[in-house]
Write a protein that binds this ligand. Structure first.
Ligand code: NAP
Length: 296
């Protein structure tokens, strides 16, 4: 490794301690793929958010996401699949009145990848989100039964129509990502959203390096191992040294490498606040490597 691992990141000014609505620490941004778009290194996931029938729980989820926006995590990831559209509806409520200051990413489900189905799915997502454009429209999973060229021709039309700003994929292998890139023609494939955490490091065997080389942003999903990271995955001495919780060090670690951003999900406000503080100081390279050498 050796070189500065967060080169290419922008460290934005330290937030005022006097402003209680803001996290103390550094907000960090990275360029999205080869675009000029800067996205927060920490965004917010929304799987299992919005589908509850309990009004109090829904309110708590809405409040948590709004708090995340206040703290700078102005990048929300959702999908038409989540809660059968309910997650997108809740995101729509959260960003209402604030749309242009939030980077909104959603996804089209693999059964909707024929040309006309993509266009229809996008319109439904726009409606549920209450927006006129989606910042990042992602293919949720590959579908080998539908030619990627057909799907991407619809994506090209959505970009031309101004309904979608950037196109991404999710759960694509190296080969599938390469084919998706080719099928998009002159539009740059911006990102590949894949599972990456201290407990799931499979992308390190090739996909991560490929995406870094091609400047395709890796959006790490389930970066907290869906909330069940083993306590001994990080040496205790480092939790003390950095004065961070396990979740914070896990997010710090997963976003250490160039070209990686993460979208932890937190339905609880206190979790959201804790996550927003994760990048207030960065792991040193030797400590990053020490954690990387732990059994996982
Ligand atoms: P995750 O973010 O790894 O973990 C979420 C769990 O961690 C929740 O139970 C949450 O609790 C808990 N948590 C959050 N912050 C915490 C903290 N500071 N301390 C302790 N626990 C904390 O899992 P995920 O939801 O699977 O992944 C994140 C997002 O990635 C999803 O929401 C979704 O947007 C995306 N995703 C995409 C795909 C795909 O196929 N593209 C697949 C899976 C996920 P509370 O909610 O109670 O606060």
């Amino acid at each position: 490794m050796g070189s500065n691992p967060i080169a290419g990141s922008l460290l934005i000014a330290r937030i005022s301690k006097d402003n209680p609505s803001r996290a103390e620490g550094l907000l960090e941004y990275r360029l999205l793929g080869r675009t000029n778009e800067r996205v927060p290194v920490l965004g917010m996931g929304t799987w299992r958010i919005g589908s509850t029938r309990a009004p109090a729980e829904r309110t708590a989820q809405t409040e948590a996401l709004k708090r995340g926006l206040e703290l700078g995590m102005a990048f929300i990831d959702t999908a038409e699949f989540y809660g059968d559209g309910e997650s997108e509806r809740l995101v729509g409520e959260v960003i209402k009145g604030n749309r242009d200051s939030v980077f909104v990413a959603t996804k089209v489900w693999p059964s909707n990848l024929h040309h006309d189905d993509v266009l229809l799915a996008c319109d439904r997502s726009l409606k549920r989100l209450g927006v006129s454009y989606i910042d990042l429209y992602q293919i949720h999973w590959p579908n080998p039964r539908i030619p990627i060229r057909e799907t991407m021709s619809a994506m090209q039309e959505l970009v031309a129509a101004g309904k979608v700003r950037h196109v991404g994929v999710s759960n694509f292998s190296v080969d599938e990502t390469r084919k998706a890139q080719e099928a998009l023609g002159r539009i740059e494939l911006a990102s590949n959203q894949v599972e990456y955490s201290l407990t799931n490091r499979s992308i390190e065997s090739g996909l991560l390096q490929f995406c870094q080389k091609e400047r395709i942003t890796v959006i790490a999903y389930s970066p907290l191992g869906q909330g069940v990271l083993p306590i001994d995955i990080v040496p205790e001495s480092l939790l003390t040294k950095y004065r961070m919780t396990l979740a914070q060090l896990a997010l710090n670690w997963v976003t250490f490498r160039e070209g990686v951003v993460a979208i932890p999900k937190a339905a609880k406000k206190e979790h959201m606040e804790e996550n927003a503080e994760s990048l207030s100081r960065r792991l040193s390279t030797p400590d990053y490597e020490l954690i990387a050498r732990q059994p996982h």
